[in-house]
Structure formats: structure tokens, C-alpha cells
Design a protein around this ligand. Sequence first.
Ligand code: IMP
Ligand code: MG
Length: 337
Amino acid sequence: MIADIVVDLQYGDCGKGKIAHVLCKEEKYTHVIRYNGGCNAGHTIYHNGEKFITHHIPCGVFFGIKSIIGPGCVVHPDSFFKEIEDLESRGIQAKELVKVAANAHLITDFHRIQDSEESDIGTTRRGNGPAYRDKYARKGVRAIDDPRFSNYIVNMYEEIYENEDFQQKEIKILFEGAQGFGLDIDWGDYPFVTSSHCTVGSAILNGVPPKFIRNTWGVAKIYETYVGAKNFEGPDEIFESIRELGEEYGSTTGRPRQINWLDFDLLKMAARINGINNLVINKVDILEKLKSWCLYSGPTLYEFNNKEDMEFWIKSKLLLEVDEDIQVFFSGDKEFI
Ligand code: IMP
Ligand code: MG
């Protein structure tokens, strides 16, 4: 068995969907597994020139790969079935390919109401926090308990270790994460966080131990965005232009994302804690259009003359301070599609 992981190193919306989609195109995965979060996520994917936004469903469906919503996730049934129907109506075989782990927990309509009433940290109001709260309070409802899921249920242990279609050694999994390091329940800026684990640890909790992990793909952006109630955006007027050019509006809620320069120290910490061996830094083309190249390290704002200087600085610091074997890729927004 081999597993690769895609993990976001900032506040979500860094292009995990794109990277997962590229990896599925290149590698013969037998399974793609979403390992955390619920329909608070919004993954923008371009497939055969068409734009898709997925919330629950992993991107294996675009390539005929079995796509599982893992036990670390929470699922809102109506949104899930709507997503299935939307994909089917656009020719994607979601009904056949998508499975839900028996022990994934459900987001109920009541969770959504609670989330809307309590949303003081600016949640997506998708019921995520209340669903995880009930899960950990041992009052939750699991997918296997809801008859509507009967055709979709999968037992993760049997699927991975006792699969009749594959010998265990033939199994090749891509773990697709949601949200990001800055939103992680433990490592993020609490309480301005989501209610799940957003690091590689979370992928492993879904049933695949560390010895099978091959590549960990960290995904970041050359600048930062955040959606939620805390003040995040810097005072610089350029952030307005970045928002427009980068189309930085939430793909789930449509809210404008707050913008700031890259926080190198956060990136470094996320790279270390996730143990990445590949890093994609997206949306370099957006700063290129504006000819502005800045980042923070601690309180110091570094300004670079050009793209090459900024990329060189980031890459050399990461290789020196985190791991000299990390492969670093800089990418434009729609590159690799
Ligand atoms: P919740 O996950 O809906 O509880 O929201 C908690 C925080 O995480 C809020 O600041 C949300 O805006 C943020 N958040 C949740 N999911 C995403 C995502 O997929 N992308 C970006 N921000 C997210
Ligand atoms: Mg998103």
C-alpha cells in the first residue's frame, strides 16, 4: 500500500483541489479519501475545461477512482445528495464512485441552525462545529445510522485491508485534505479555527499508518487569504487589487477573503509539522500582474525586486531551515490544469 497526502499550509483556499486533480491524472490511485471537514470546504477544480466546486466529494470521481468521505469527516446528507446529483447531471459517475465511511458523522439540520446562531468567529454556518462537538460528546449520529446512506456506506478497515478487488499491496491512496494549517483546531489561531484536524496527522487517523505514506504535498499561496471574523487584512491598498485579480471570494459562502502578505514563519511551521516533501506555492501570476513582491518573517516586511528574488529567498530558507530535500514548485493560478 502507498498513500500520498495533499495538505494546505495556510488558511484553506490554496489550491488543494487543483493539486489533487493533477495527481489523480498522473497516478493510478485506487482510492481518493477526504480526511477531515464537511461541506464548509469548497474545492475549485477545472476538469476538461469545465469549472466544478466540490464540497464533500473527493476529486477521484473525475477519473473513475473510488472516492471516500473518510471517518474524520462530517457529512450533511441533503448537501451530499445534491452534490452527487449535480455531478451526475454533468456526466460524472458520482453515484457509482462515491462512498461514505460508516463511522463518519452526520451534520444535522439542527447543527446548521446552532452554527448560524453561534457563529461569532465567522464560520461558514454549515454546521461543522456543532457536528464535531456532538461527535466528541458521544451524542453524534453516524452515516451508518442513516438509511439514506445505505448504498454508499463503506467499512474503512475492510476497504483498505480486506478488499476483494485488490490485494493490500496494490492499494494506492490519495488523501485529500480540507481547510488548512492556520485553521487547524490545535495549531491554528484559536478560537478562529475550524473544528477538525487539518494536518497530515488527520489523514493517518483515517486508517493508514505512517509507514505507508510516500509523498506529502503541501499547498500554499504566494500571498495569504483568510475568511472569518478576525481582522486579518493588512492596510496596504494593493490587497484590494489582489482580491479582484485573484478572485478571492469564498467558493462556499461567496464572502470576500481577507488578504495579507505571505507569513513565512507560518509556512515554515506548517512545512515542519506536516513533514512535507513537496511544496506547491500557487498564484504567483497574481503578484506578477501587480509587480509587487513582499512577505513577512516575524514582524519584518521583506520587499523583493522581482519574482525570482522572492522565490529564491523562500526556497533557500525552506531548504536550509526545514528540509533540504523538499521539492518546491511555484505555480500560476491556472497552471497544471
Ligand atoms: P467552520 O469550519 O465553518 O466552523 O468555520 C471556521 C473557520 O474556518 C471560519 O473562519 C471559516 O471561514 C473557515 N473555513 C472553514 N472552511 C473553510 C474553507 O474550506 N476555506 C477557507 N476557510 C474555511
Ligand atoms: Mg476552498
